[in-house]
Design a protein around this ligand. Structure first.
Ligand code: F6R
Ligand code: MG
Ligand code: MG
Length: 371
């Protein structure tokens, strides 16, 4: 019992066949690295997996958020795996490790991170979601539905523990500003921000109420923008998200229902295209068609004194087959637009890609016109 921190730290440190997948031995290397830290008592438990070309870690410990020992542990693991990827000439080896040396915190250094400290309940189901080929705001629509839409989450209407509602911390990912809005009373203002996925992303969600934040924390999203940090196109952010479920939070099934649309997100090929976010099992987290379409995997854990029991591969269920079929249909339809918006993202969103270079060459050829 007591306070537990879950740190989900991930990085793309090289992949097989372009930007498609991580090799099993890369995950094994990270597992060995974390097993050693577990034996030394630095961490309580860990789980390693991949979503597309991103190597993902889930680490539990009692050292709180932004702990430099934990961040260094993850960083050193990524450095080891990146060295291996370089030796084997895997693609984009070391891509997300933007600095040569670790500076005390992985934030702003390339890896993505979602970290949550919570007071462990009698039984604590915790879900981890990881995306490939998309950005943090991909979670805006599903998390809004899960925590604010009674047509998605029955508990918002019929469970007295959740009818109190949730508060959303929203980030302006470019200006590093944040605002907190309460639902249901400020729902329209919240949507006014969340709908602008190019600028605003949900950072944290709390259940409203008098308890301590560690009791009420419900969700935390990784909002690092890789290209903003690097100042140029490096790859997509491919965010992770932690959600607590059941007994005062939405049920696991209500959380998963939030991903049942196959909603359009930015990312996909060259981080420059809109496409459907396809919920898949771990074995299908290998985006190949046009480097996509974007994927999300979901892992269901029970946390027991910090130990991670599980996971259950949450989208490995036939009830998501229809969503996946729809995503494939949407992908077909979107692809037929080729280089045209809205399949291709807007000029503003292409700021950090190579498109400005292409456009610059045309600049001298523009002439004034009266028409
Ligand atoms: C998207 C992604 C890929 C690459 C694309 C071109 O996040 O990583 O779609 O952008 O494969 O890659 P490069 O420029 O490395 O040839
Ligand atoms: Mg990659
Ligand atoms: Mg990726």
């Amino acid at each position: 019992m007591g306070l537990i921190t879950i740190s989900c730290i991930k990085a793309d440190v090289g992949s097989l066949s372009g930007h498609i997948t991580v090799l099993p031995e890369m995950m094994d290397m990270m597992r060995e690295h974390l097993e050693d830290a577990k034996k030394k008592g630095i961490i309580i438990d860990y789980y390693v997996f991949h979503c597309g070309d991103d190597l993902e870690t889930v680490i539990t410990h009692r050292k709180g958020r932004d702990n430099s020992e934990i961040h260094k542990l993850a960083w050193d693991g990524f450095v080891k795996v990146a060295d291996y990827a370089r030796r084997r000439k895997l693609y984009a080896a070391g891509q997300d490790l933007l600095s040569d040396a670790f500076s005390g915190n992985v934030r702003g250094q390339g890896p993505g991170i979602a970290e949550m400290t919570f007071s462990e309940r009698k039984s604590d189901p915790v879900l981890v979601f990881a995306c490939d080929k998309t950005e943090p705001a991909a979670f805006n629509l599903p998390l809004f539905k899960v925590f604010a839409d009674p047509f998605n989450t029955a508990g918002l209407v019929i469970d007295p523990k959740t009818t109190v509602g949730f508060s959303f911390e929203v980030m302006d990912v470019y200006k590093h500003l944040k605002i907190t809005l309460n639902c249901p009373e400020e729902m329209y203002s919240l949507l006014a921000l969340l709908g602008t996925t190019s600028t605003y992303a949900i950072k944290r969600i709390y259940r409203k109420g008098p308890e301590a934040p560690e009791e009420r924390i419900a969700a935390e999203v990784c909002t690092e923008k890789l290209n903003v940090i690097a100042g140029q196109y490096v790859g997509k952010d491919d965010p992770v998200c932690i959600v607590r479920a059941q007994s005062g939070f939405p049920a696991v099934g209500e959380v998963l229902e939030g991903f049942s649309l196959g909603h359009l997100v930015s990312g996909w090929m060259r981080g420059s295209h809109k496409g459907p976010l396809m919920p898949v099992s771990l074995k299908d987290a290998t985006p190949t068609r046009f480097d996509g379409p974007p994927r999300v995997v979901g892992l269901g854990f029970q946390v027991c004194d910090g130990e991670l029991i599980g996971p259950k591969d949450l989208f490995d269920d036939v009830s998501f087959d229809k969503v996946r079929e729809r995503c494939n249909e949407i992908a077909d339809y979107m692809r037929r637009h080729g280089p045209f918006e809205p399949h291709r993202v807007s000029e503003k969103e292409l700021e950090y890609t190579t498109l400005p270079e292409v456009l610059k060459k045309l600049e001298p050829r523009f002439k004034h016109t009266d028409e």
